[in-house]
Structure formats: C-alpha cells, structure tokens
Design a binder for this molecule. Structure first.
Ligand code: SAH
Length: 348
C-alpha cells in the first residue's frame, strides 16, 4: 500500500513527479485534477499518460471524502458530516451570506486534544490529525454542494490547527493557489487556542493569512480552568508573541472571547481584557456562547455583550459581537461534535 497522494504538499507532489522522471507541467495537471476538479480516481485524469496514472494509482492512492450527512439551518448554513477512507468523520460548515460570500468553516483534526470546557469537540479527545487533502476536500465538498465559489475559509471547526501545523499550512497553500482554489490569503483565517510556537511560525509565513486567537479569559486562573491545555502557554508569553506577530506582519489579529455567565463575564474580567489588549494591534470578537449538551456553562444576556463592546471601544479597542449562525443544527462555534448517530445518508 502506497502513501496517499493527498498527504503531500504542492512542492512534495512536484518532487514525486520529478522522481518519476516526468516533466514539471504534469505536477500542475495532477494538482488541478485533485484540487480543482476534485477527481476521485486516476482514471478520470485523461490528459495524463496512462503509465503515470497506473504507477501513481499503486504508489500514491487517492482517498476521497464523502458527505455522509448534511443538515441545513433555517439561516441557510449547512453542516456536513464528512467521512474519510478509514471511516473517521469530521464536521464542516458552509455559511452563505447575503452579500454573496460563501464561507467554509473547516476542521483541522478529527476531535481535539485541548479539552476546553465549553467546546463540544474537546470532550471527545483527539482521534487523529487530518492530512493536507482532507482539509482541502472540505472546501471542495462545500463548493460542490452549494454549486458556487467559496470566497472565504476559516479554520475554526474541529481541532487545533497549530497542533497539525504542517498539514494545515500545506492545505492553505493549495486553497490559496491561483491555479487551484484561488482564495485570497486575506480571506483565509486560522483560529488557534493560543499555541505560542505556532503563532511564532505563522508570523514568518510569506502569505497574508489572517490570525484569530481564542482568548476567552485574560485572567490566568480563569483561563487555566476553562482551557486546561493552555496552562503552559501563559498569558504574558502569549501577549508577547502576538505583539511580535503584529510587528513582524503589520497585520491586525483578532481575539475571540465567548462570554460565559459567572465564569468570565465579571467587571474584573473586563478590566483584565482591556489591560491585555491595550497597545496591541487587535480586534476583539465577542461571541455569544453556544450551549452544548449537558454543560453547566451558560451564555450571558445580549445586553452584556453590547455593554462589553461599548466598554472596549471606549478604551480604544476595536470590538464586535459575532453573529452566531447554525445553532439550530448544532453547527455553530463550539458545537461540532460528530453526531454520527445520524443516519449515514449519502449525498454525493
Ligand atoms: N482550536 C481552535 C479552533 C477550534 S474552536 C481555537 O481554539 O480557536 C472554534 C471556535 O469556536 C473558536 O473561535 C472557539 O473559541 C469557539 N468556540 C468554542 N466553543 C464555543 C462555544 N461553546 N460557543 C461559542 N464559541 C465557541
């Protein structure tokens, strides 16, 4: 059994083609079949030499994701359960907006190892990392299902992207590539729970990808409680890495802060957040907490979110309240938890 072709980056596919003694233009053709046309087998790649197709089919098999379930929200967003060759499943969400944009919320891992207390995926633990093509295939599947071009990608689904850094970056390069999915780097956002080493690496990448950081608390003891895996990524060191990210890239990043009643919504929490953000090139995205099953953590009233927004803005910190979508199908932020008890209907 060979190594699946979709585990390779653009450069690595180029190396495989070169090693097979084939001319360079075959790389572009092959990548186009995989990531523009979404080919499920080498048989479809009719402009490639037969010998190459036969050799690659043995050495680098193609694994194709299938949509095993789909639910549509009253707001038009669609949540998909994607099944990979080894029966591992992840959830992906397609979010159309009135202005014609179509955003895909991608997963970077099946499950998540971070165990955040308010995050449905965190409860299942980590199943495995997704490979390059499994991340790109999520975008292709949504594009095909909506029958229209995806304009934005957010890596904010299941998993922690910086715990699967190389595959995520290689996938983003395919999504960004002009001859492949051609989605502008500024329209691609990676959301991390705050892995400092990942932020440092990300600031060195040449593309202008956007960064979002799930902060959820600017007081160390509260953050330790709700995001236990971040205990060794201290708030002070995180702030320093983000300050340097903004200096190196010249780009603003955003903080995500889901307000949880009685947990991180007090006056002290707000003051800590204001202090934390002061003189940082950041934007604060306040998130109405989406409830997850059997969790004692509750959202705050809408007025609290508006009040926090006003207070942050008064302190000179850019802030907005995230419009939550898809919560009726448990497709909103934090709710993705592989509801595999749903019947496995094939939509593709
Ligand atoms: N590991 C990454 C991406 C996965 S979390 C990260 O931590 O950012 C995906 C997004 O959902 C993040 O913005 C996270 O802060 C948010 N989120 C998690 N649980 C949530 C909940 N219950 N309600 C609202 N947003 C939540």
């Amino acid at each position: 059994m060979g190594t699946p072709i979709k585990t390779y980056s653009i450069e690595q596919v180029g190396d495989l083609v070169e090693r097979a003694g084939l001319p360079t233009f075959r790389t572009g053709q092959l990548l186009g079949w995989l990531y523009e046309k979404g080919a499920a087998s080498y048989d479809e790649m009719t402009n490639l030499p037969k010998a190459m197709r036969e050799q690659f089919a043995i050495e680098y098999p193609i694994h194709h994701a299938v949509i095993s379930n789909k639910q549509e929200s009253i707001d038009g967003s669609r949540k998909y359960l994607l099944r990979f060759h080894d029966d591992v499943v992840v959830e992906t969400v397609g979010l159309p907006s009135e202005d014609g944009r179509l955003t895909v919320c991608c997963s970077s891992q099946a499950g998540c190892a971070m165990a955040c207390s308010f995050y449905a995926t965190g409860r299942q633990g980590l199943t495995r990392n997704l490979c390059v093509g499994e991340i790109v295939d999520q975008v292709l599947a949504v594009q095909k299902d909506f029958g229209k071009r995806v304009t934005n990608v957010v890596v904010m689904g299941q998993g922690e992207p910086f715990a699967n850094y190389d595959a995520v970056l290689a996938a983003l390069r395919i999504i960004n590539h002009q001859k492949l999915l051609n989605i502008g780097a500024r329209h691609i956002t990676v959301s991390t729970c705050g892995i400092i080493e990942g932020i440092e690496r990300f600031s060195q990448e040449p593309e202008q990808f956007t960064l979002a950081v799930s902060l959820h608390a600017a007081r160390q003891n509260i953050r330790d409680e709700i995001m236990p895996a971040m205990k060794n990524q201290r708030l002070g060191a995180l702030r320093k890495a983000l300050d340097s990210y903004a200096t190196v890239t010249g780009r603003r990043f955003s903080f995500e802060y889901a307000l949880m009643r009685g947990v991180n919504d007090g006056e002290e929490d707000l003051e800590a957040l204001v202090d934390y953000c002061r003189r940082l090139l950041c934007h604060v995205n306040l998130i109405p907490l989406n409830e997850i099953d059997d969790s004692p953590i509750q959202p705050v009233d809408r007025s609290v979110l508006e009040d926090w927004k006003a207070r942050l803005e008064d302190s000179g910190i850019a802030a907005s309240v995230r419009k939550s979508r898809g919560s009726d199908i448990a497709g909103a932020c934090g709710q993705l938890a592989n509801i595999s008890r749903l019947p496995a209907v094939l939509y593709l």
